[in-house]
Design a protein around this ligand. Structure first.
Ligand code: 3SK
Length: 505
């Protein structure tokens, strides 16, 4: 990439010139469309509001909170155009979680979907302004952009200027903030998307992951715009709704997790997937049985992939004849992958160890000691345990840490423990992953109640509701088990592995 690069210039200004202002860019479930030209105008108007009305200057951080929709894309591009840094947040986060992210990232402004304003205002306090998006209020971003001309000269950023701060759950309960440059934003489009998906301007992308998760940002914004394709943006949908909407919109490339493919098959709606050109499965392990079930029901050969927020998107995958069901695939062109032992030595074929990656994207945590654990001798050590065969195919074994991957969401066990322990009836708790056919894993909480409190289904439901009120609802423990005591080692340290073992016996 050139040394001066603004990713928004490539993704929208140059895309308009290359693919035409009238080509469809964003599709909505109600059938409305926004062309590349319209998206450019709106992104420019957002950039004008940011710089002219809120004094945003290059390097300032702007936090975004919204479900997947056209305004979120315009805001994302508008922030980059202004030379500022996008801070993404999962729409489901509660005030306390947003406050934590704000403490870590120091935003100058928060643009929040009008439906999420209560939590947004609570989190911002008097520290930074919050602007609502999508209401009919005169102070809403929609009204503010309507006063702007829609012409904007993008800030001349360096390829190595930070463009995106993407939070990811830490295993200790403290989120880690990954930093990505302008060149990183394009890199996964020019590696994974280009070599594995080979999209064209005729493709229509669709999928479930939130744009706040880099899996969704790549698959539903960056890749389509980089190749002049269009993208269907759906706010929260069930897997079946997603399949139906994608079908109705003429989607050709679907991005979702194995759980969603299994759910669509279970509902007997496999025919909705048949018109797809490609179906991508990532976010959690894809078992060979799921791959085969989708193939049998639809004829589609799922493209498995593993990525990470630290490396932005997928770095191991395979498509077409190169697919080997049960394996994730090979290193994507542009990336190198290996297996390391605990000392950092490279292991040979068929030896189980830690998956490590080198490529055009890489982990840079914002001001975080955990950088040393993730990057070792130039290798990004992902936290997944894999084995590589002699032909360079990688097969998933397990998570190396205590992160729970459920339906494609990464959930830090300590975060759930911290939420549960705030309930007055909970004496102590330990949270682990319980293997689950549908979701890959589910969050399972072992709970010791305070004396005199009875553990029964009503109490379990009460605790689940409580967790949902404290942290993002998708993190709640679907399985709660009441126990007399938790296993501890002689020095009193909780032995999570014993609980995990108990679940699989
Ligand atoms: O494999 C994942 O979980 C992932 C994470 C971030 C971005 C993309 C992917 C597929």
């Amino acid at each position: 990439y050139p040394t001066r690069l603004n990713a928004a210039t490539v993704l929208i200004d140059e895309a308009v010139a290359k693919f035409g202002a009238d080509s469809p860019a964003l599709l909505a479930p109600d059938g409305t469309r926004q062309s590349y030209g319209e998206l450019l105008t709106r992104a420019n108007q957002v950039a004008q509001v940011l710089t002219e009305d809120f004094g945003i200057i290059p390097g300032n951080r702007v936090m975004l909170r919204a479900p997947n929709n056209a305004w979120l894309v315009a805001c994302w591009l508008g922030v980059l155009k202004a030379g500022a840094v996008v801070v993404t947040t999962m729409p489901a986060l509660r005030a306390a979680e947003i406050t934590k992210l704000a403490e870590l990232t120091g935003p100058s402004l928060l643009l929040s979907d009008h439906r999420f304003m209560d939590d947004a205002r609570l989190a911002a306090g008097t520290n930074f302004p919050v602007v609502s998006v999508g209401s009919s209020d005169a102070a809403d971003l929609v009204a503010l952009t309507a006063t702007k001309s829609g012409s904007f000269t993008n800030v001349d950023t360096a390829a190595d200027d930070v463009a995106l701060l993407g939070p990811t759950s830490g295993t200790t309960g403290v989120p880690k903030i990954t930093m990505h440059f302008h060149r990183d934003i394009l890199a996964n489009a020019d590696t994974f998307a280009k070599h594995i998906l080979a999209p064209t301007a005729d493709d229509v992308f669709a999928g479930s992951p939130p744009l706040a998760f880099t899996f969704g940002l790549g698959g539903l914004v960056v890749f389509p715009l980089r190749f002049g394709a269009s993208t269907l943006l759906t706010e929260r949908t069930t897997p079946l709704e997603l399949a139906q909407l994608s079908h109705d919109a003429g989607a050709t490339i679907l991005f979702t997790a194995p759980t969603a493919y299994r759910a669509i098959l279970k509902e007997g709606q496999a025919e909705l997937l048949r018109p797809l050109r490609l179906a991508v499965s990532a976010g959690e392990h894809l078992p060979a049985a799921t791959w085969q079930a989708v193939k049998d029901a639809t004829g589609l050969e799922l493209i498995d992939g593993i990525g990470s927020t630290e490396l932005l998107h997928v770095f191991i995958s395979a498509a077409g004849d190169a697919i080997r069901p049960g394996t994730t695939g090979k290193a994507v062109p542009g990336y190198r992958a290996t297996i390391l032992d605990m000392e950092g030595n490279e292991l040979g074929p068929d030896e189980v160890g830690r998956l490590a990656i080198i490529g055009p994207t890489g982990c840079r945590y914002l001001d975080d000691e955990r950088q040393h654990a993730y990057v070792s001798n130039g290798w990004n050590v992902t936290g997944d345990t894999f084995v590589m065969d002699a032909e360079g195919y990688f097969t998933y074994q397990a998570r190396s840490d205590n992160m729970i991957v459920s339906s494609g969401y990464n959930i830090g066990a300590p975060e759930v423990e911290e939420a549960l322990i705030q309930h007055p009836d909970v004496l102590e708790t330990a949270v682990v992953a319980r293997p689950d056919e549908q979701r890959g894993s589910v969050v399972c909480a072992f709970v010791v109640l305070t004396e005199g409190i009875e553990g029964n289904p009503a109490k379990a439901k009460e605790l689940q509701d409580f967790v949902k009120s404290v942290i993002a609802p998708y993190k709640y423990p679907r399985d709660i088990r009441f126990v007399e005591e938790l296993p501890r080692n002689p020095s009193g340290k909780l032995q999570h592995f014993k609980l995990r073992d108990a679940l699989v016996q």
